[in-house]
Design a protein around this ligand. Structure first.
Ligand SMILES: Nc1nc2c(ncn2[C@@H]2O[C@H](COP(=O)(O)OP(=O)(O)OP(=O)(O)O)[C@@H](O)[C@H]2O)c(=O)[nH]1
Ligand SMILES: [Mg+2]
Length: 238
């Protein structure tokens, strides 16, 4: 059985409930086992800021930076992104966490910015379901929606369209049905205000699956996440 080092001793990585809650599974455990370095420990990247990565491992969250070797070897698109599973090591110099290796990505959501090469920026790795939110309040743009859905398909994640602010539309259900036929992906009309459609989203809320939410500014992403969480986790607009 695979074991990894930690301050708590040699813990079987395949059996770590802390990691499993973040999506760790037996396939990940064997990928990790193929890395020979004994002092490595597995973690998942949960945030990335300028030059700093936040990872969660068996012992909780910690800041981490890629090792010099990792940076040197990394090709474009291979720097750790949010959602990546990584192998970390504690630096012998300062004890800080260093990211030493990247486990294979099962999916990669890439930002498609005009004039930039594809693959330039990975906004989410190992995403199972990509919710694409667009608002029903009059400025529904089918082309933009198609681009988002294409981004989801190319990523390897399952795209699901959320038509937000259904409370502002008289024909939300009909629009959802039409778009579902056109785009051939699930489409759910929802409202964070009235609560309509939120229960229908539950079929994608599966333990250990990774969900991501994308959409233009103002479509109601923060409001939806706060509503689902039942508390103010994301700053909304005043
Ligand atoms: N009527 C209605 N308004 C909503 C709903 N959800 C959000 N809004 C409003 O839409 C506005 C934008 O919502 P946000 O949640 O901040 O949008 P966002 O997608 O997080 O925007 P960015 O953070 O800029 O990307 C706010 O004024 C919300 O109150 C809804 O279900 N119905
Ligand atoms: Mg927001």
């Amino acid at each position: 059985m695979t074991t990894v080092s930690s301050a708590a001793g040699r813990i079987p990585a395949a059996l770590s409930p802390a990691l499993e809650a973040w999506g760790w599974d037996s396939a990940r455990a064997s990928e990790f086992a193929s890395l020979t370095e004994g002092s490595l420990w597995p973690a998942r990247v949960i945030a990335q800021h300028r030059g700093m990565w936040l990872v969660v491992g068996q012992k909780g969250e910690t800041a981490a930076t890629p090792t010099g070797r990792f940076r040197h070897d990394a090709e474009e698109g291979e720097m750790p992104a949010v959602g990546d599973w990584v192998a970390c090591v504690h630096s012998p110099h300062d004890g800080e966490a260093r990211i030493d290796a990247l486990l294979p990505r099962r999916s990669a959501v890439r930002r498609r910015a005009a004039g930039r090469r594809p693959g330039a920026q990975i906004v989410g790795a190992n995403v199972d379901t990509l919710f694409v939110a667009t608002s029903l309040n009059g400025d529904l743009n089918p082309r933009r929606l198609e681009r988002y859905v294409a981004m989801g398909r190319e990523s390897g994640a399952e795209p699901v369209v959320l038509l937000t602010k259904a409370d502002l539309s008289v024909d939300a259900a009909a629009t959802a049905a039409r778009l579902e036929a056109d785009l051939r992906v699930p489409v759910v009309a929802i409202s964070s205000l009235s609560g309509v459609g939120l229960e229908a989203m539950a079929r994608w809320f599966i333990p250990r699956k990774t969900l991501a939410l994308v959409g233009s500014s103002g479509v109601g992403k923060s409001t939806l996440l706060n509503c689902l969480a039942g508390e103010e986790l994301w700053p909304g607009r005043s």
